[in-house]
Design a protein around this ligand. Structure first.
Ligand code: ADP
Length: 886
């Protein structure tokens, strides 16, 4: 606690504290003295009073003791009632028996039955005092008096006294404190002033501050001493200040010096690093050579140039890395003689074995005239050499090319002026140098072409692109102007204007004239003709095209060819034209479709177009010949109409034949039946002539029946046709053979066959087809064993079947006819039949989209061929009308 920190307490509080303590101690001592005195007075007083009382009671009780008269003794004790302080009393005889006792009413006190040990002085307890005294009679103990007094009131009095004393004590202390506080200022004031001054000096550090002297006491002496000390301090401080300033200046100087040194040092480091970096990364090889040619050091570039690490290179002889050691020897010898080597060519070997061409410059570094090392600079010129060589080769090639080309090669300055001789120009034009220098060449260009040439030139220079123009240039040998194509390209630094133009002048006269001839020829062609480039732009049209489409050629040139195509077909046309240029070859343009052109007035013109590629130097052009087919289309439409009409009439005819033969059967059967009946019944009743007539009639009716049946069969090929179904052709073939079993047996024929395929056919009709053909082979046999072979061969788009026999054969002039209806070659008596079988065969085959024909050698045999397509489809359905009639 701060209050307990006496040594550090202010002097003011120290003095107050001391006064306070002195005062308190003094008061304590006075109070204690008073208390002790008061108590002693009281004890003495009460002791005396008790002693007097004891003596009085003793004396008055002697008699009663002698006679053990308790009553008297009690009466004696009753006198104690007068002293209110006594609360009990007793008298004992000399034997210690209690003779009488007295107890103040309401007092709580016990009277011992035997006398306590007596003492000369009374015994004090907290609120009582007890006295025991012997009673003597003539020097002899006669008994004992016992008295008890109450000291409670006295104790209270003493306590009051103590309170008063403490109060007084506190008051005195407080007053003392206040007085001491007031008085201490007399002593501590100057000291505190001194202390405050010191604090102020400490705080403000003002050397002018001084203590004010109050008197000449010890403090006055102290103030004087203090002021002297302050003077001394002020003086010392001034000195110290001066010294400090000097020191600071010195330190600042030293700092500046150190900073300057550091800066210089850093600068030195930096320059050294820069120098080192510069040397190491210089784009030139550097090395130091000892006088004997040992490499002492080499920079990074040199090591990289030769592909070595420093450890492989430094320490070895420079000559080891040269192709020609002598070069290094000479170089060192020269250096030893203080020569300076400049750009000497040498060849060094790279680690990978390749040779590097270098230029070496070297000089000697000496110290005190002593050869320390040679500084050698190695400049790699391999690439430069390569480029130079390439340049030389390229130059040579260019010269060769210029010499070899038939074109005139020229170069001009940026403004198109010729500045050097152009031998090929001289050859072509006959103009001599320097006539064509500058603009001197211009008069050689045809007058009419000069303006176009200039326009092309301005365009090319404006856009900085290739210059190109077709002009006529005077040609020395022919003595006339010939068409030339002039092309030139600008030479320029990136972003700069052209400083030179290099170009060629190519004689295209022959081509131009050929083109003109071609144009004339195209114009003279009977068809409309048009030429387009691969972008679809019209290059050329002829007069006929103008007439056909209603445009003038100036209107069309450069426009898209789709101008001449109806709008709906344009996008498809673009595709076709692109395809054509991808694969340029002559072709018809339509692919089975009708195509139309578009007249200027919007009318569509049916056309037929044939395309052919036309190779030019610029690539392919497309040349189309367009034919107006309006007339042909009209004729075709007419033809289609007639064909449809014919088909309809054929159908009607077929239907008629069917209906006729079907309906004729009935009456014919009746006629035939009647005539046969007539023959049977009246054979004998008629004459021979009549019989003959009847026989003829019967025969005719039967034949007619047979003919009608055949006709019906023929009609039924279409009217009774059934849908095509997948069929193994072996099955109808076997059926046909079964139907012909009897005939085969009769003729003793052998029939062989190839495996048959599965095709979509009308099964019944194919059975009939095989039956007719094999039946004929059996019927038209020669006098030899009959062999029939049925063949089937796979062809690219179907099957080729054949029925081959070794029969009588057919004369060549009949081989077409036999497929007609009722066409026969033989007498019915020799070979029965109606001549309808092959007609039916042809009809069946045609219905199956096939073809039938015969090959035959008369007397040797015949082979009937027919084809069936692989994906055979039905192309003819029986009409409802006739299918319902059957
Ligand atoms: P048909 O057999 O009833 O006479 P076809 O139409 O079958 O009628 O034949 C027509 C004619 O073709 C025959 O009359 C015959 O002269 C000739 N012909 C047909 N097949 C053969 C054959 N395999 N060999 C020789 N001639 C044949």
């Amino acid at each position: 606690m701060r209050s307990m920190d006496f040594p550090n307490a202010s002097i003011r509080w120290k003095i107050v504290g001391i006064i306070f303590v002195v005062l308190a101690v003094s008061l304590l001592l006075v109070g204690a003295g008073l208390l002790v005195h008061t108590r002693a007075s009281f004890e003495r007083d009460i002791t005396q009073r008790l002693a007097v009382l004891a003596d009085v009671i003793g004396e008055n009780s002697v008699a009663a003791l002698l006679f053990s008269d308790a009553k008297t003794a009690a009466e004696t004790l009753a006198a104690l009632d007068n002293d209110e302080r006594i609360i009990a009393g007793a008298v004992y005889d000399k034997d210690g028996r209690l003779l009488a006792q007295y107890r103040r009413p309401a007092a709580e006190v016990a009277i011992p039955p035997a006398p306590p040990l007596f003492s000369s002085a009374p015994v004090f307890s907290s609120d009582r005092v007890t006295l025991v005294r012997p009673i003597e009679l003539r020097g002899e103990p006669a008994g004992v008096v016992y008295l008890v007094a109450d000291t409670a009131d006295w104790t209270a009095t003493l306590q009051q006294f103590l309170v008063i004393l403490v109060t007084l004590f506190a008051a005195v202390l407080a007053v003392g404190l206040l007085v001491s506080i007031g008085l201490q200022r007399l002593v501590t004031g100057p000291i505190q002033d001194l202390a405050a001054l010191m604090r102020r000096i400490g705080r403000e550090r003002d050397p002018r501050l001084r203590a004010v002297k109050g008197g000449n006491d010890e403090i006055g002496v102290l103030v004087d001493g203090f002021n002297d000390m302050l003077d001394e301090i002020a003086k010392r401080r001034l000195e110290a200040e001066a010294a400090k300033q000097e020191l600071q200046q010195r330190v600042a100087e030293l700092d500046a010096e150190v900073a300057e040194r550091r800066r210089a040092e850093a600068e030195l480091h930096r320059s050294r690093d820069h120098l080192q970096d510069f040397i190491e990364n210089a784009n030139i090889g550097l090395n130091w050579l000892a006088p004997d040619g040992t490499i002492l050091w080499a920079n990074h570039h040199e090591l990289e140039m030769l592909g070595y690490g420093a450890e492989e290179y430094v320490g070895r002889r420079a000559a080891d890395f040269h192709l020609d050691r002598q070069t290094v020897e000479d170089l060192l010898a020269g250096l030893a003689n203080d020569e300076i080597v400049e750009s000497r060519e040498a060849r060094m070997r790279h680690k990978d074995g390749s040779v590097r061409d270098v230029l070496i410059s070297a000089s000697v570094y000496r110290e005190n005239g002593k050869f320390v090392h040679a500084r050698s600079f190695t400049h790699d010129i391999t690439e430069r050499k390569c480029i130079e060589d390439a340049l030389k080769r390229s130059e040579a090639r260019y010269r060769t090319l210029v010499a070899a080309t038939t074109s005139v090669v020229f170069s001009t300055d940026g403004a198109g002026r010729v500045i050097e001789r152009l031998p090929s120009w001289e050859d072509y034009t006959g103009q001599r140098w320097p006539r064509y220098a500058g603009d001197g060449w211009a008069p050689m260009v045809h007058r009419d072409d000069r303006r176009r040439l200039k326009a092309a030139w301005l365009r090319a220079t404006g856009e900085g692109k290739m210059f190109e123009a077709e002009v006529r240039v005077r040609h020395q040998r022919s003595g006339r102007h010939r068409y030339c194509l002039v092309r030139a390209l600008p030479q320029r630094q990136p972003g700069g204007p052209a400083y030179e133009w290099i170009g060629t002048l190519m004689d295209i006269d022959d081509r131009k004239r050929a083109e003109e001839r071609f144009r004339t020829a195209v114009d003279g062609a009977p068809n409309a003709m048009i030429m387009i480039d691969d972008g679809g732009h019209i290059v050329l049209v002829n007069r006929q095209l103008e007439a056909l489409f209603g445009y003038r050629r100036e209107e069309l040139r450069g426009r898209s060819v789709e101008t001449l195509v109806p709008e709906r077909a344009r996008s498809a046309h673009v595709r076709h034209r692109t395809d054509f240029f991808k694969d340029p070859r002559a072709r018809a343009m339509c692919g089975g479709r009708d195509i139309y052109g578009r007249h200027k007035n919007g009318r569509e013109i049916p056309v037929e177009i044939s395309l052919s590629p036309f190779r030019t130097e610029e690539g392919f052009l497309g040349l189309a010949s367009i034919m107006d087919v309006s007339e042909r289309r009209r004729a075709e439409q007419e033809l289609r109409r007639y064909t449809a009409e014919l088909q309809r009439s054929n159908r009607e005819l077929g239907q008629f034949a069917y209906v006729a033969s079907h309906d004729l059967q009935e009456p014919l059967r009746a006629i035939s039946g009647c005539v046969q009946l007539l023959q049977q019944r009246y054979r004998d009743k008629l004459d021979a002539r009549a019989n003959e007539l009847i026989e003829h009639t019967v025969g005719g009716a039967l034949r007619m029946q047979a003919l009608i049946n055949d006709l019906l069969s023929y009609s039924r090929v279409s009217t009774r046709a059934r849908p095509f179904e997948a069929c193994d052709l072996g099955q109808p073939l076997r059926q046909a053979l079964a139907n012909l079993e009897l005939a085969i047996k009769e003729s003793g024929a052998t029939v062989t066959m190839d495996p048959m395929p599965v095709l979509q056919v009308d099964n019944t009709q194919v059975t009939q087809l095989f039956q007719n053909l094999i039946g004929n082979a059996l019927k038209f046999r020669a006098d030899r064993t009959v062999h029939v072979h049925v063949g089937a061969q796979r062809k690219s788009n179907g099957y080729l079947f054949s029925v081959q026999d070794n029969g009588i054969g057919i004369e060549p002039q009949h081989i077409e006819r036999i497929f007609g209806v009722f066409q026969r070659l033989h007498n019915r008596n020799k070979y029965p039949g109606n001549g309808i079988g092959l007609a039916i065969c042809r009809k069946i085959i045609e219905r199956h989209n096939g073809r039938i024909w015969v090959e035959s050698v008369p007397g040797k045999g015949s082979t009937f061929h027919f084809t069936l397509a692989a994906g055979n489809v039905q192309n003819e359905e029986p009409s409802e009308l006739y299918s319902s009639q059957q």
